[in-house]
Design a protein around this ligand. Sequence first.
Ligand SMILES: C[S@@+](CC[C@H](N)C(=O)[O-])C[C@H]1O[C@@H](n2cnc3c(N)ncnc32)[C@H](O)[C@@H]1O
Ligand code: SF4
Length: 486
Amino acid sequence: MANLFKQSRSKQKDKASRTQSSASKRGSVSANAQVAGLRFGKDKKTTNFSTNQVIDTVTIDDLDWMGNGVSRGNPMVFVEGALVGETCDIEVLSSKKKVINAKAKKVHTPSEARQVPFCPVFDACGGCQLQHIKPDAALAQRDLALKVMMERHLAMKPHVWQAPLEGPRPQYRRKARLAIDARNPNQIKLGFREANSNNVINVETCPILVDPLSTIIGPLRDALTGFESSRHIGHVSLVAGDNTSHLVIKHTKALEAELIDAVSALVSENSSVSDHDIELKLENKQGQIRSVGKHTDIVMNTVNGCSISPSANDFIQINKVVNEKMINQAIDWLSPQPDERVADWFSGLGNFTLPIAKRGAKVQAIEGVAEMVRRAKDNAQQQGIENVEWLHLDLADKTNVEASLHQGVDKVLLDPSREGALTVCHALVKALPKTIVYVSCNPSTFTRDAKVLIDGGYEMEKAGVAEMFPFTHHMEMMALFTRKQQ
Ligand SMILES: C[S@@+](CC[C@H](N)C(=O)[O-])C[C@H]1O[C@@H](n2cnc3c(N)ncnc32)[C@H](O)[C@@H]1O
Ligand code: SF4
């Protein structure tokens, strides 16, 4: 279990298919000994490996759900940048008794699934990890890895696993936070951080961002260059709605009027050449956002005529198409009826709440960020949706959870952050709603919480992945739990 749940490892910086082996320089161990030791080791004794050590000709058996190559044996080896069927020389990143984390240094037999990364800064940028594998193969193999994980750890029957929910590629992200390095205002770097580092990788465009966010990055850097006060910029947020986009500059001290004019000119020029407006906002140290020029609330349409209206700092589902498919699947699985009470917990801006409420059920939406609860409530009112009780509560607090269940609930939708919903699941197996739909962005905490539900009398009837974040290690999952007959 531990192997499959490994969290983020450092990004592979070497393009495996192009690099030269540096095995001989690093005191590598003999190929045959390693193949024997890594893949066919039967005894419990394993060799100790040191960081940066190069191991020759390791064969990759599988991809794990994060998209790392796995060489099964004793020890297990997880190899960033390696694909199924490939034989690689690898460099050890970290080593424990039974598990080695490594990156591919040289690929001897490239897989047919291997492709040349489409982004020129892929090797350095921490934003993407999986551009070296064809996207269909990546989805199929990661989907399989998650299915196997659920079969192994939750005794899931194969028929439970559903086809993945997919969206467009490569352009899918509708929000980004750009890092800036303006220590030298004449040579500003604007882009994303290198993996496990504070270094900013300068980018011109980001091919996984939707338009017009993708193409504004280079021109924005040019507009900021040369102004002393660009040093006071903490980051830049970009959010694309269906009606307009916001470019929000977070700053810690006042910005020069000329800098603001230069960026204003850039966004108005963009708006005149593109059919999608960008509006400039400034966010101060306290998090207050003010508009430079006109302000239009961002509208993100979802399903059944519903929409949410986020500000730059609110959580949103990053991938519009996959989000809509997830909402439709949640409605399908929950099948909310007008006489039912449905809880939407970890409700954010009401992304799932509003379409459930439109079905006529009485919905209790609980979210831990007060500002998001306020915005969700206002937004629902504007859409004439009144059958929702909006609550600002911490769902990690057992007392809150139990009190919220006091009036009884028929069905529950959970969409927690990476930490999962352990407190909630322990309470749900006492309250016993008929149906629970669990949306998760972390298969590890999902599996932990699902065990509580299954041990507490629920059956996992359906489950599957939603490819919310192509080209990255992340994966979204959904599962339907129904209460077993007593
Ligand atoms: C993955 S997001 C889902 C939001 C929403 N369901 C959506 O689809 O946009 C998780 C949400 O849970 C909220 N959250 C995280 N921890 C929480 C807690 N302990 N109590 C209540 N809400 C929490 C976050 O603020 C965030 O809005
Ligand atoms: S996040 Fe954008 S800039 Fe970075 S590697 Fe991915 S596509 Fe390229």
